[in-house]
Design a protein around this ligand. Structure first.
Ligand code: SAM
Ligand code: SF4
Length: 330
């Protein structure tokens, strides 16, 4: 079968699966503070439906999966889904992105189910700043989650930190030292216009090059890591003495759309060919109406074929998607 290729020649092998839009915190760059309208639970794809979709996509070239949300660890028995997906021989890699609050209890079960790659989101090492950003408590649980992930054997453990101008500049150097001390990879992500409050402004983006300059000046020079995955959104660096790895996801200042190999399915079963897509395909309706696998496969092909060249954040044409990050699955 021919691969999932779009009109720009990009081959799609990498699927992000959102398992819920619910979350136990309220990061300001993602969710509204209060009164969030969550999806009705019966709208969520079941684990069997997710597995069915993945099994249809595998012959089209799907090889890598990342589970996300909302907060994926609030979905009950997530390890059961991991085990189902890990049992598909063609799936080479299953990752998880989590805020880490519930991780200490679940890390071992997820590891035993076959999960190997984990990204934990933590934007500040200062607990007060953590609470300001997330509008909830939970800092100590996240740190416990990071420790648990390392203890059960996830390697590497990556920490995602959204970088926001006027807010997280003071976190850059502490995170650099944290990477050196703990062996956790830190990945700084530029703030993107996907917040529920529509408050994103270009002026609030703390740019990747500024972060690299700060770390190089205040700690020591950073050098690019060898053997980087050309499809990975992060550019990887390490400090010149080899201690401490830093990733930079420059989604706004240096878009990496031309090397994108990702597509997404939302928790309510909508297929999206881009984080910033304004259109989606209702796969859940197909899965629930016993549509033949060939029709689902064709819907995936059609979605990928319609993928745009890239996001247009840096142009006047940019339109923020109606779904905020928590509802798409970051
Ligand atoms: N709840 C999980 C978590 O926070 O890791 C998984 C879902 S979250 C939407 C996935 C990632 O997207 C997190 O690392 C989060 O920090 C990031 N994110 C959310 N909103 C963002 C935004 N507006 N700009 C950049 N990154 C964002
Ligand atoms: Fe929840 Fe993750 Fe969004 Fe924060 S970024 S509100 S943890 S879904």
């Amino acid at each position: 079968m021919s691969p999932l290729i779009d009109t720009f020649g990009r081959v799609h092998t990498n699927l992000r699966i959102s398992v819920t839009d619910r979350c136990n915190i309220r990061c300001f760059y993602c969710m509204p503070a209060e009164d969030v309208q969550f999806m009705d639970r019966k709208e969520l794809l079941t684990f069997e439906e997710i597995e069915h979709f993945v099994r249809v996509a595998v012959p089209l070239g799907l090889r890598k999966i990342r589970l996300t949300g909302g907060e994926p660890l609030v979905r009950r028995d997530l390890h059961v889904l991991v085990r189902k997906l890990a049992a598909i021989p063609e799936i080479e890699d299953i990752g998880l992105t989590t805020n880490g609050i519930l991780l200490a209890d679940q890390a071992q079960g997820l590891y035993d189910a076959g999960l190997r790659r984990i990204n934990i989101s933590l934007d500040a090492l200062d607990p007060a700043k953590f609470e300001k950003i997330t509008r909830r408590q939970g800092y100590d649980q996240v740190i416990a989650g990071i420790n648990a992930a390392q203890a059960v054997g996830f390697h590497p453990v990556k920490v995602n930190a959204v970088a926001v101008r006027g807010l997280t500049e003071d976190e850059i150097v502490p995170f650099g030292h944290f990477a050196r001390k703990t062996g956790v990879d830190i990945r700084f992500i530029e703030f993107m216009p996907l917040d529920a409050d529509n408050a994103w402004q270009r002026e609030k983006v703390l740019f990747a090059h500024e972060i690299l300059e700060t770390l190089s000046r205040e700690i020591m020079p950073l050098v690019p890591c060898p053997d980087q995955d050309p499809h990975a959104p992060a550019s990887e660096f390490q400090f010149a003495d080899g201690l401490g790895r830093i990733g930079i996801i420059a989604s706004v200042s240096r878009p990496f759309c031309m090397s994108c190999d990702r597509f997404r399915i939302t928790a309510d079963g909508k297929l999206r060919n881009c984080l910033f897509s304004l259109e989606e395909t209702d796969v859940k309706a197909m899965l629930r109406s016993d549509a033949p696998d060939s029709a689902i496969a064709q819907a995936i092909r059609d979605s990928i074929a319609a993928k745009k060249e890239g996001h247009e954040i840096n142009t006047a044409r940019f339109i923020q998607p109606a779904r905020p990050m928590y509802s798409i699955g970051g």
